[in-house]
Design a protein around this ligand. Structure first.
Ligand SMILES: Nc1ncnc2c1ncn2[C@@H]1O[C@H](COP(=O)(O)OP(=O)(O)OP(=O)(O)O)[C@@H](O)[C@H]1O
Length: 256
């Protein structure tokens, strides 16, 4: 597997890691691996960091199998073997529950149970961090969705400590655009098996994604939205930008 990425790509991930202090010595870090393009890409990037970062941390992939008929677990296992990354597959019956006729908001219920299953495993096995593959387009989408649907200024946080479990969620891809991830996956001819979830592509998020495609392709407009997501006084938004030289110095300290 070709794990060499252009430095402009790794720099964006290291920028997030350094600015938000996402990975430290002694961390036991689990990667939430869905088998989709984003978490698959994150697995490759974190594998490089594991080998070349000064930080000494443990890395493991965790996949929750929701229990749909056509499971992707076998492909996921193969990919982790190729990268020599330890994998835990958590079998669940989430599919049965969310496909019941009266189940409302199946996507948020599924995400809720999935996160619960992972956190439970992490707690039992002494992991303190969980990485999700959300990227910059996800963050801006979330920002717009919370304005439109709940009238609140909120977005995905680069990290969030869950005090009831002691686990910290981290999002190392938060500065990376989705089109970059897609290109890197296609370049390596990595086959991403389509999800067998019957709700895939039908969520409110998928609709927002389609509605905003033109705006998201406009660099200036997209970068204005990112600026609007920063406000150090609102903990649901991102802090103000860090001073460039200071951040550059921090980033250098991660590489061996
Ligand atoms: N079944 C799963 N098992 C473990 N982690 C998961 C699973 N599904 C999702 N995740 C984690 O949650 C993140 C966000 O999930 P979401 O369903 O929004 O997927 P996504 O944005 O399409 O990402 P991906 O391309 O990785 O599937 C994923 O990037 C991944 O890190």
């Amino acid at each position: 597997m070709d794990l060499s990425f252009d430095s402009s790509i790794t720099a964006k991930v290291v920028k997030a890691v350094a600015e938000f202090d996402l990975i430290s010595d002694g961390d036991r870090l689990a990667i939430g691996l869905s088998g989709g393009k984003d978490s698959t890409f994150m697995l490759m990037i974190l594998k490089i960091f594991k080998e070349h970062f000064k930080k000494d941390f443990k890395l493991k992939a965790v996949h929750v199998d929701p229990g749909f008929k056509d499971s992707t677990a076998a492909e996921i296992k193969k990919f982790c073997n190729q990268l020599n990354i330890d994998l835990k597959i958590i079998e669940t019956k989430i599919a049965d529950y969310i496909t019941e006729a009266d189940a409302e908001n199946p996507c948020s219920k599924c995400a809720h149970f999935r996160k619960g299953a992972i956190i439970n495993y992490l707690n039992k096995n002494g992991f303190n961090k969980l990485a999700f593959g959300h990227h910059l387009d996800d963050a801006v989408e979330t920002f717009l969705m919370s304005i439109f649907y709940s009238g609140q200024l909120k977005t995905l946080q680069p990290k969030r400590f869950l005090s009831n479990s002691g686990v910290e969620i981290i999002r190392p891809l938060i500065y990376l655009r989705e089109n970059i991830i897609i290109k890197e996956i296609q370049k390596r001819k990595i086959k991403i098996k389509k999800s067998s979830c019957p709700y895939d592509g039908n969520s409110a998020r998928s609709q927002v994604r389609k509605d905003f495609a033109n705006y998201f392709n406009d660099q200036q407009l997209f970068s204005n939205l990112i600026s609007a997501m920063r406000d150090s006084d609102n903990r649901e938004l991102w802090p103000e930008k860090e001073e460039f030289q200071l951040l550059k110095t921090k980033m250098k300290k991660y590489w061996q």
